[in-house]
Design a protein around this ligand. Structure first.
Ligand code: HEC
Length: 141
């Protein structure tokens, strides 16, 4: 049974060729995000404030964090919510969210951070859709 059948060679060769082209395409396609602005100074300060005040205890960015409050990834770029809406919550707090006594510059920094988070990607599991090749795509509002 050592005799090689031609169809096996053809099969092996075609697998080899597909593997070669697949690898070449995986290793040469870039990973850089396109259309995402660099984070501003204000957004960096906002990120630090987000950590210092432990917003993540109750909120998620890209689904990571606590679950008492909503995911904030796209809140600022959301057409129905937006920056003023987000600022109002951060300034005033609610029955369930503490008022952190932040000054207007700190509020603006937090909004800038949330705006940056939104510009960097979309996160809304309810709107997620499985593609035919197995990844999930999100629709932006
Ligand atoms: C103790 C939990 C808790 C912490 C800590 C907290 N929040 Fe909240 N936040 C909430 C809850 C709960 C809501 C939803 C409104 C409500 O039910 O009162 C909310 C709502 C919001 C909203 C409006 C979201 C929407 O889609 O309507 C924003 C913006 C927000 N929080 C930002 C922040 C930021 C920024 C911080 C940190 C400085 C923070 N929160 C810290 C609990 C919290």
């Amino acid at each position: 049974m050592t005799e090689h059948q031609p169809w096996r060679r053809i099969l092996f060769l075609s697998l080899f060729v597909s593997f070669f082209f697949y690898s070449a395409s995986v290793y040469t396609s870039g990973t850089a995000l396109t259309g995402v602005p660099n984070a501003s100074e204000s957004a960096y300060r906002g990120q630090a404030l987000y950590r210092e005040n432990n917003c993540t205890a109750c909120h998620q960015i890209y689904g990571l964090g606590g679950y008492m409050g909503p995911d904030l990834t796209n809140i600022v770029i959301d057409m129905e919510k937006g920056p003023e809406y987000a600022a109002m919550f951060i300034e005033e707090g609610t029955d369930r969210m503490p008022n952190f006594d932040l000054n207007s510059e700190q509020v603006a920094d937090l909004v800038a951070y949330l705006e940056y988070a939104g510009a960097a990607g979309a996160y809304n599991p309810q709107k997620g859709r499985m593609t035919w090749y197995g990844t999930v795509e999100y629709e932006r509002d």
